[in-house]
Design a protein around this ligand. Structure first.
Ligand code: SF4
Length: 83
């Protein structure tokens, strides 16, 4: 699985597959994602990072994996969005 900037960020923020570099993240993703989902998961992670879990202001209030995410700032980000 090619780990781009979006996948790297989402994997680390959520703690789904944390790693200090793209190779570490890739190895963990391959370990935790069943083979039949690898291809789709690659697209899902990129799209999630591009449109929801964005670099500067993640849309935690609207995030479908909010309850599964371990990003420490997610509650704060959700509150900011509510104003
Ligand atoms: S809750 Fe926020 S930090 Fe966690 S995956 Fe969703 S958008 Fe990203």
């Amino acid at each position: 699985m090619a780990v781009d900037t979006h996948i790297f960020r989402v994997s680390n923020r959520t703690r789904f597959a944390p790693g200090k570099n793209v190779l570490q993240v890739e190895k963990k993703l391959i370990k935790v994602i069943p083979d039949e989902f690898i291809r789709d998961a690659h697209h899902w992670l990129i799209l999630h990072g591009r449109y929801t879990c964005t670099a500067r202001s993640p849309k935690c209030a609207a995030c479908t994996v909010f309850d599964l995410c371990e990003y420490p700032q997610r509650e704060k980000q959700a509150q900011l969005a509510k104003g």
